[in-house]
Design a protein around this ligand. Structure first.
Ligand code: GLN
Length: 478
């Protein structure tokens, strides 16, 4: 294969006619065949459909469509996005036989742009977790060290990209599930602003928090995929009309950092954080400073409340969203009638973490506790919004770590849910506030990847990408 395994170089060679989409898909299937036995990133590879779709793209090329923005690019989907006629299980036994009856908007947009959906990837059940170990099917391994987790919940999508099987994948991020595995696997992953990308056809986790986003090996590739999947969708009332992204790829321009103010909140360096990880983040901040950016030390006193507020809001929303998986509307039918049937369907179909979230969520929303927990968390969310808005008014972006630690050993945190929840301490704010955030590789600690998080103002995804591209470019020069 003469093409680099990036989104941009694949689409350029397919558009130029120097390779075919069919050859690209053969190569992707070969790579998956070679590597996925060890990594376990995929739940299903759509070999036949992908080959047929590649033929279609080659036919479009032959009939004169030589500028498809994602021509022949193999893209995998986290298993919570619907493709009509294919299983979408959300990593759950409950939905292991559920066949989608329609296609998610993001998938349609990818296909129109010439991309080829290559398969569905492993995830924590219903996107609850931080390690992909809560999948009902198998464990996915970190390609940098197969004794470690890849992070989660989009661990399958991320590991497939990090192992070089595919150039890009989609994940979903409710509390960090794109950025955290990207950080732990050493690739780029972005959670766009809430509303930038349609959630139509995404199996819901926490509806006010969920956002679909891309994972790839370069900032340019992430921008390219995001520029295709974004946009207002009449089928998702929370999607927003926006000026489209100007992917940095097209202009080929790198932002001049001397025009940029970067906030560094002191609350993003906490006790108990891995010192080597903190050191990598400080070095990354130095790189940005040397590149000309003005570094502004700041404080976000409410930031420490983001995690407790998240673990109230998320279970409340998720427990409501999961009510439909009762074995009658969706899922495998239980034994007995009505209540007994619900009980047996949910008892057998759902795993430990999903049950924990449902119990937490229903408790939080029950009479008497609603005011004490849910209402308080919503008040924290509102106060955080005022604080972050004011902070972001004074700077262009905020930077800090994605994760306080590097990838941990498989099995290490499975018996300690609270320590698993703590892994999300730096990522959940972006979901609570809706703001865009990206993870960009910034070196290694203990031999494992570390990601720098860049957070921006609502709908200023462009600035986040521009700063990320500038950082990535400067780092290459170091
Ligand atoms: N780790 C968080 C949770 O378990 C967020 C997961 C996600 O972003 N889907 O809820």
């Amino acid at each position: 294969m003469t093409t680099n395994w990036t989104v941009k170089s694949i689409r350029d060679s397919v558009n130029a006619g120097s390779t075919s989409a069919a050859a690209i898909i053969d190569e992707a299937l070969r790579r998956i065949d070679e590597k996925d036995g060890e990594i376990g990133a995929f739940l299903e590879v759509f070999s036949d459909d992908a080959r047929a779709a590649a033929k279609d793209v080659d036919a479009r090329h032959a009939s004169g469509e030589t500028d498809l923005p994602l021509a022949g690019v193999p893209i995998a989907l986290k298993d919570n996005m619907l493709v009509m006629g294919h299983i979408a299980s959300a990593g759950s036994k409950m939905l292991q036989n559920y066949e989608a009856s329609y296609t998610a908007t993001v998938v349609k947009k990818l296909q129109d742009a010439g991309a080829i959906i290559i398969g569905r990837t492993n995830m924590d059940e219903f996107a609850f977790g931080s390690s992909t170990e809560s999948s009902a099917f198998h464990v996915t391994k970190n390609p940098h060290d197969t004794s470690k987790v890849p992070g989660g919940t989009s661990g399958g999508s991320t590991a497939a990209v990090a192992a070089g099987m595919i150039p890009a994948a989609l994940g979903s991020d409710t509390g960090g599930s794109i950025r955290q595995p990207a950080s732990l696997c050493g690739v780029v992953g972005m959670k766009p602003t809430y509303g930038r990308v349609s959630r139509y056809g995404l199996i819901a986790d926490g509806s006010s928090l969920d956002q679909i986003g891309p994972i790839a090996t370069t900032v340019e590739d992430v921008a390219l995929v995001l520029s295709i999947i974004e946009g207002k969708d009449v089928k998702d009332a929370t999607s927003v009309v926006l000026a489209p992204l100007d992917p940095p790829i097209n202009g080929g321009k790198v932002l001049d950092l001397s025009t940029i103010r970067i906030g560094v909140p002191k609350e993003y360096f906490i006790d108990g954080m891995d010192e080597e990880v903190a050191a990598r983040i400080h070095e990354a901040i130095d790189v940005l400073k040397k590149g000309g950016a003005e570094i502004v030390n700041m404080s976000l006193p409410l930031a420490p409340y983001a995690l407790p507020a998240f673990y109230i809001i998320q279970p409340a929303e998720a427990s409501s969203n999961l009510a439909r998986f009762d074995g009658m509307r969706y899922g495998n039918r239980g034994e007995g009638v009505i209540e007994e049937s619900y009980r047996s369907a949910r008892g057998a179909g759902l795993g430990a973490e999903a049950k924990r979230r449902i119990m937490l969520g229903t408790f939080i929303l029950s009479a008497g506790y609603y005011d004490a927990f849910y209402k308080k968390a919503i008040a924290v969310r509102a106060a955080m919004k005022i604080e972050f808005d004011a902070a972001l008014a004074a700077v262009d972006v905020i930077v800090g770590p994605v994760s306080p630690v590097v990838a941990w050993g498989i099995g290490e945190k499975m018996d300690d849910p609270v320590s698993m929840y703590l892994a999300d301490v730096f990522t959940v704010s972006a979901n609570i506030l809706g703001i865009p955030g990206i993870s960009v590789p910034c070196g290694t600690a203990h031999g494992l990847p570390v990601g720098l998080q860049i957070l921006g103002k609502n709908f200023d995804d462009q600035k986040v990408l521009d700063v990320a591209l500038a950082f990535e470019t400067l780092r290459k020069g170091v």
